[in-house]
Design a protein around this ligand. Structure first.
Ligand SMILES: *Cc1c(COP(=O)(O)O)cnc(C)c1O
Length: 349
């Protein structure tokens, strides 16, 4: 059996609520690449389809598959107020006939009314999800415990809840979606020149780890650079390593990853998770104006800002780069206040 079939076989053991539009397009970003003097391509995981798409669709196919397999009737999930994950979970739960309870955590300070009510929050409400709030943003165990308490209450009412956990102490089911995406990419690059590097957001790390482990399991050694959107590079590197081990265990892979496989860059993270900086706003504008492609304020805008920074310091010169677009555009409307601040293109005032 070849490596692709082996990986497919180990993924096929997990139930999957398949709904994503796949394969997502792989396209050149010729204008932006020209500006940056790079050979630049984009993997359009913002186009995964359901509920405005994004990377969480690939991840949630495995969580909802597990929920359906145990005949759950309600999905519970926790995330930031402008979380794409919870919005996508609500969309997919409804599609598969389940209710959805969402817990929104206060991860971001200095927010306005648009942040609290527009963008993903508006969509959560349109999707009919039941919203709860959690006062802390950096307490994964506490957030998971609070979701557990909601589940307990639902059980008492005769419901069958399925929890999608946040903390790193659970098997990384979502990462399976990106191990699968590695197979998809390997097919797409069969007929084109290979990439020198993939640049992708690293938050919970499910996306980063799934792709990295998937590629290595296929024997592909393309460097994968995780751009930190939540934690400093050293802390995130430890998390990525741990989750890579967890994923190998979950999939029954015996893979030894080298230290050099764990590439993290946090140069565009400040002032912190979900908080904009000028480079990120600039990257969002530049990509929109040069390519007609929208990035998001929390993840992909920071990834492109990092790519531009790395390029300026000579880190990418002349290389063939794949920018992985993980979606998130609905959050633009939650950040509209900050995105138009002090801007001549801010519209009528
Ligand atoms: C959640 C998210 C990420 C980060 O993915 P992880 O798997 O949590 O690391 C990146 N981009 C977007 C748009 C997201 O919503």
């Amino acid at each position: 059996m070849n490596a692709v079939d082996r990986l497919k076989e180990s993924l096929a053991r997990f139930p999957r609520a398949a709904v994503a539009h796949l394969p997502t397009p792989l396209e050149p970003l010729a204008n932006l690449g020209g500006d940056l003097d790079l050979s630049l391509f984009v993997k359009r995981d913002d186009c995964t389809g359901i509920g405005f798409g994004g990377n969480k669709v690939r991840q949630l196919e495995f969580y909802l598959g597990a929920a359906l397999a145990e005949e759950a009737d309600t999905v519970l999930i926790t995330g930031a107020v402008q979380s794409n994950y919870v919005r996508t979970a609500a969309a997919m739960a409804g599609r598969f006939g389940m209710d959805c309870h969402i817990q929104l955590e206060e991860r971001v300070t200095d927010v306005d009314d648009l942040y609290r009510n527009n963008g993903n929050v508006l969509l959560d409400r349109l999707l009919g999800a039941t919203l709860h709030s959690f006062p802390e943003g950096e307490n994964e165990a506490g957030a998971d415990a609070a979701v557990g308490a909601i589940a307990e209450r639902l059980r008492g009412e005769g419901r069958s809840p399925y929890i999608i956990p946040l903390g790193a102490g659970h098997p990384p089911l979502g990462a399976l979606g990106y191990a699968s995406a590695a197979i998809e990419l390997s097919m797409q690059v069969e007929t084109i020149e290979p990439f020198d590097e993939i640049v992708i957001a690293s938050g919970s790390a499910a996306t980063h780890v799934g792709l990295l482990v998937g590629l290595r399991a296929l024997g592909l050694d393309i460097p994968v650079s995780g751009i930190c959107v939540r934690r400093a590079a050293d802390i995130q590197a430890a998390r990525v390593k741990q989750r890579a081990d967890d994923l190998c265990k979950l999939m029954g892979l015996s893979l030894s990853l080298a230290d050099s496989d764990f590439r993290l860059f946090d140069g565009s993270l400040a002032p912190g998770y979900g908080r904009l900086n000028d480079a990120t706003v600039g990257a969002i504008r530049l990509t929109a104006q040069r390519e007609g492609l929208f990035l998001d304020p929390v993840y992909t805008g920071k990834v492109m800002a990092a790519l531009i920074q790395l390029n300026e310091t000579g880190g990418l010169a002349g290389r063939r780069i794949l920018f992985w677009h993980t979606g998130g555009q609905p959050a633009l409307f939650g950040y509209a206040g900050q995105l138009t601040e002090g801007s001549s293109s801010g519209g009528p005032s």
